[in-house]
Design a protein around this ligand. Structure first.
Ligand code: BG6
Ligand code: MG
Length: 218
């Protein structure tokens, strides 16, 4: 049904706090290249693709490398990241997520994933959420990264509804911009000043009330 409301969730920083594992893996890589990488610098990598993240990191360290070496580093980084991911359990689902998914299921509202991560299905599987998503759109499905709306437009198609009916939940500015340019309703999770372009902002998913959701889907 083309007029049905549906939700599209970002993964990292919305469903699970994998940002800390991305950071540890990037920092380890920076250190092995002979420079430090702070948590503050890491903010620039949120919502950004793996390849672009490496470019930013190498920029911080002022390091120039061949394409071949960069390929090898991307593989190494992902290997380190996956070592953390493989320890993940449902205990790492962020507060408020289960409550929100249960509300959507009870109200027969479909939801999909719209993530830049190529590891998204594995992470959802590890935390036991994979089967609950109606559709998955991840870093393997897109050619253009957020803030391009491609990831969410593919999501709307898979949900078989118009973009205007979709509600996106995101923690990154690039993701909010992607949702807005897809003409979707955007909900930011995080800092109000950082996510000021979002239609609504909550500090955590835990703050989203049933009344708010009810109004949104009516
Ligand atoms: C995004 C994260 O969701 O996915 C970024 O916010 C990450 O930090 C990107 O670089 C790509 O993830 P992956 O798992 O494919 O390396
Ligand atoms: Mg995110």
């Amino acid at each position: 049904m083309k007029n049905e409301k549906a939700f599209i969730f970002d993964l990292d920083g919305v469903i699970v706090d994998t940002a800390k594992y991305h950071y540890l893996a990037w920092k380890n890589l920076a250190n092995s290249l002979g420079f430090d990488f702070t948590e503050e610098q890491n903010e620039q990598l949120k919502g950004v693709s793996r390849v672009k993240s490496l470019e930013i990191l190498l920029g911080v360290g002022k390091v120039n490398l061949s394409e071949e070496k960069k390929e090898a580093l991307l593989k190494e980084k992902n290997k380190k990241y996956l070592a953390y991911v493989n320890t993940m359990t449902s205990a790492e689902i962020l507060p408020g997520v289960n409550k929100l998914l249960q509300f959507l299921e009870a109200n027969k509202i479909k939801f999909a994933l719209g993530s830049a991560s190529k590891n998204a299905p594995l992470i959802l599987e590890k935390v036991g959420l994979l089967k609950r998503f109606y559709a998955i759109v991840d870093g393997n499905d897109v050619t253009k990264a957020k803030p391009d709306p491609e990831v969410f437009l593919i999501g709307a198609k898979k949900l078989n509804t118009a973009p205007e009916n979709c509600i996106v939940v995101e923690d990154a500015i690039a993701g909010i911009q992607a949702a807005n340019s897809a003409k979707m309703t955007s909900i930011g999770i995080g800092d109000k000043t950082v996510l000021s372009e979002a239609d609504y902002v909550f500090e955590s998913m835990n703050e989203i009330t049933s009344d708010f959701l009810q109004n949104l889907i009516n």
